[in-house]
Unconditional design. Structure first.
Length: 267
């Protein structure tokens, strides 16, 4: 609608001339009704006899509006943050979840936002809800929980391409919360607990295997040196006595002294 090139016609120019003449006759009283102020963050789309006056919106600053022939619509260009209500989603693996989110957008072409859509904010919100349901409906629950950022980027790209003809730029989309049924939460908790127990058992088994290898190497060292075993035995007793001040009675194998005697005789 904003790209039409045909003018307002001869009758239209006559009405505009009469309106301008009325302003001159009633000047300076009429000047207060003709001058409008547009704020820095606003743009005014002016209609003259029902047609958009220019492809580009007016403002910011003061604009002149003729009485009886001109009307205008102000458009706010600031960023709008809109909350997407919780949506009931059925994922690809048949899990029901409630998902809500936040979408941030702004109008960057005021003429398109006024001329191409009835209510740009309502249309953007409804389209965001539909896009959220369509995108999440193609994901598994695990993908939905782990890939929030990728899903948000996909929703943003889809929304941005759909709202471009409305003059809307989608700046950011964020998935706020994902709610799943309590039964599914308990099942996921049990699965996570079982996975942690499995990992703990594997770690314990690996520790036992490493300890067995270390004991095997220690036994080989003790086999090569018979005197090392009594010394190790006495060192263990010393460590035990240092920790607890008590009398320790233990059997002492005779063969230990025999091996020590042989070593002394050989020396």
């Amino acid at each position: 609608i904003a790209d039409r090139q045909d003018g307002i016609g001869v009758c239209g120019w006559i009405l505009v001339s009469l309106s301008f003449l009325l302003v001159l006759i009633t000047f300076p009283v009429s000047i207060w009704t003709c001058i409008k102020v547009v704020r820095e963050y606003e743009r005014a789309v002016v209609f003259r006899l029902g047609r958009i006056l220019s492809k580009k919106a007016k403002g910011p600053g003061m604009i002149l509006v003729l009485p009886c022939t001109d009307t205008f619509v102000k458009v706010d260009l600031r960023m709008v943050t809109c909350k997407i209500p919780p949506q009931e989603i059925l994922t690809r693996d048949a899990v029901t979840a409630q998902v809500d989110g936040v979408v941030c957008y702004r109008i960057h072409r005021a003429v398109s936002a006024v001329a191409n859509v009835t209510d740009v904010h309502s249309a953007t919100l409804l389209l965001a809800q539909t896009t959220l349901r369509n995108v999440l409906g193609t994901q598994n629950l695990a993908q939905m929980l782990a890939g929030r950022e990728e899903i948000a980027h996909s929703i943003q790209a889809t929304l941005d391409s759909a709202t471009e003809q409305w003059g809307v730029k989608v700046a950011h989309v964020e998935i706020k919360d994902i709610r799943i049924p309590m039964a599914m939460q308990r099942a996921m908790a049990a699965e996570a607990e079982a996975a942690r127990e499995t990992k703990a058992k594997v770690v314990a088994a690996e520790g036992e295997m490493n300890a067995s290898k270390a004991l095997q190497q220690a036994s080989l060292v003790l086999t090569e040196s018979p005197a090392a075993l009594p010394l190790r035995y006495l060192q263990t007793l010393t460590a035990v006595a240092a920790q607890n001040n008590s009398t320790i009675v233990f059997p002492l194998p005779i063969n230990l002294f025999g091996s020590l005697g042989k070593k002394s005789t050989g020396a």
